[in-house]
Design a protein around this ligand. Structure first.
Ligand code: NAD
Length: 479
């Protein structure tokens, strides 16, 4: 098998140590590719390339930079099907979801390309015979460390605002899903991105990842991943006084009031929880349903869950693929066994490793709905990154909001109601970075995205993300 290479200074290279690691298909267990195991030496080479490329890229006009992003998006759209198939193979998600993700990557590039002409500072009148203005400068070398659940989309969220602002970049993909990232990075080169502007180092978080955070020449780290890893990254970054964006875990609540459109709420919960096999940061991870409609809502949701077809994401009719890795699979199995052992909930549907031809080769688990979950259950306290949905009944909105706010996370939350007052109360009192009304997990490159509390800080997407990659310089003139 030919090993895929990293990308440093516009060249495809192996790791300095000459070692590789395998990337496996989570649906079949088959080895897809070997990828270089990057070391701190490789990180240093990538950062040096990015540093050397910085002056030229920062001097290019935003419109020239936007042109490269636009051409990259065009090529990505032309190759959507092959990129989506690769993403499905390494990540496990159904092809339709993989295509959405690749389109999302292209869309975010196009969006920031459109903002190229909006990069500007302010004019500020000041007392006396002078004035002040601000200019916005790129930071220098920026780096991103990303997870395996949505590798293409998250890569786009970080790279597009950073590059359009004139920064150069080093990306460290997750070890389970580096292949789509490497392919996308090479497309930037085809689209005319100068050598060294975007570099990709593959390898373990503890060496390649920490190497990037420690590197004195990296000015900004944008991290997406678990809260625990995010804290480690933030601690290391603080030592080098680096700017940091942290997009961490979530445990999004979904509140279903007694006046909600139950058909659409059940469809929202189904998609919100089981899209990407439940491995989405803003997935519906806790359901709070008014007692009076709980039975009817449960029936609708159960019917929806039973209609999902589990299988290899490459197969046409698959609506839910495998979990991405053994660690997550074991975790979901452990949580489910605990429900039975501790009598801490009632499994309405699912709860098992499915049995179909070939299922023993992959990390499959049935989409599962659990009711009567006690408040101290791990299903409600931890971030459950998989196809398990705990449901709790509540008597009214006050109780639902109190329960919803009772975790350390604060990424997203949704309220389902036709009553404007209730919707407003939810928007005001739910403690999260994004509140949805009568929908969940709707995300767009135009709209700021990010969390509060242990879900992190900083914002991606929208114009807000540009300020994460720009420094304000104030100039005061006396005439
Ligand atoms: P993870 O924290 O284990 O790994 C994320 C990345 O960090 C990987 O590239 C990994 O190699 C690297 N890493 C690991 N240890 C490191 C270290 N010591 N120093 C530097 N880098 C290190 O997370 P994961 O399991 O890959 O992803 C799942 C998590 O990501 C979930 O918690 C999910 O909610 C979160 N997530 C958040 C968002 C968001 O936007 N808020 C989006 C997607 C995923």
């Amino acid at each position: 098998m030919v090993a895929m290479k990293m990308q440093i200074n516009g060249k495809a290279v192996e790791a300095c140590g000459g070692e590789f690691f395998g990337v496996k298909n989570p649906a079949t267990g088959e080895l897809i590719e070997q990828v270089p195991r990057g070391t701190e030496e490789d990180v240093a080479a990538a950062v040096e390339a990015a540093s050397s490329a910085f002056a030229g890229w920062a001097a290019a006009s935003p419109q020239q930079r936007g042109g490269v992003l636009y051409r990259t998006a065009e090529i990505v759209r032309q190759r959507k099907d092959e990129l989506a198939a690769l993403l499905t193979q390494e990540q496990g998600k159904p092809l339709a979801e993989a295509r959405n993700e690749i389109e999302g990557f292209a869309h975010v590039l196009e969006y920031y390309c459109g903002l190229a002409g909006s990069l500007r500072g302010d004019f500020i009148p000041v007392p006396g015979n002078g004035y002040a203005f601000t200019v916005k400068n790129p930071l220098g070398v920026c780096a991103a460390i990303i997870p395996w659940n949505m590798p293409a989309l998250i890569m786009g969220w970080k790279i597009a605002p950073a590059l359009i602002s004139g920064n150069t970049f080093v990306l460290k993909p997750a070890s389970n899903t580096p292949l789509t990232n490497l392919n996308l990075a090479s497309i930037f080169g085809e689209a005319g991105l100068p050598a060294g502007v975007l570099n990709v180092v593959t390898g373990p978080g503890e060496t390649a990842g920490e190497g990037l955070v420690r590197s004195p020449d990296v000015r900004k780290i944008s991290f997406t991943g678990e809260a625990r890893t995010g804290k480690r990254v933030a601690e290391l970054a603080a030592r080098g006084m680096k700017r940091v964006t942290l997009e961490l875990g979530g445990s999004d609540p979904m509140l279903v009031c007694d006046d909600a459109d139950l058909e659409s709420a059940a469809a929202g919960a189904l998609r919100g929880r089981f899209y990407n096999c439940g491995q989405t940061c803003t997935a519906v991870k806790r359901l709070y349903v008014f007692e009076s409609i709980a039975e009817e809502f449960t029936k609708k949701l159960e019917t929806g869950i039973r209609s999902l077809r589990i299988g290899n994401g490459l197969e046409k009719n698959t609506s839910i693929g495998p979990l991405n890795n053994r660690h997550q699979w074991e975790y979901i199995k452990e949580l489910t066994s605990e429900i039975e052992e501790k009598d801490s909930g009632r499994i309405i549907t699912g709860g098992k490793v499915p049995a179909f031809k070939g299922s023993d080769k992959g990390y499959f688990f049935e989409p599962t709905l659990v009711s009567d979950v006690p408040g101290d259950s791990r299903l409600l306290k931890e971030e459950v990154f998989g196809p398990l949905l705990p449901m709790v009944t509540v008597k009214d909105l006050d109780e639902a909001i109190e329960e919803a706010n009772s975790t350390s996370y604060g990424l997203g939350a949704s309220i389902w109601t036709k009553d404007l007052d209730r919707a407003r109360t939810g928007c005001e009192q739910l403690n999260a970075g994004i509140i949805w009304v009568n929908q969940h997990m709707k995300i767009a490159p135009e709209v700021p995205f990010g969390g509060v509390k242990e879900s992190g800080f900083g914002r991606e997407n929208g114009p807000d993300a540009l300020s994460e990659y720009l420094e304000t310089k104030t100039i005061m003139l006396k005439t």
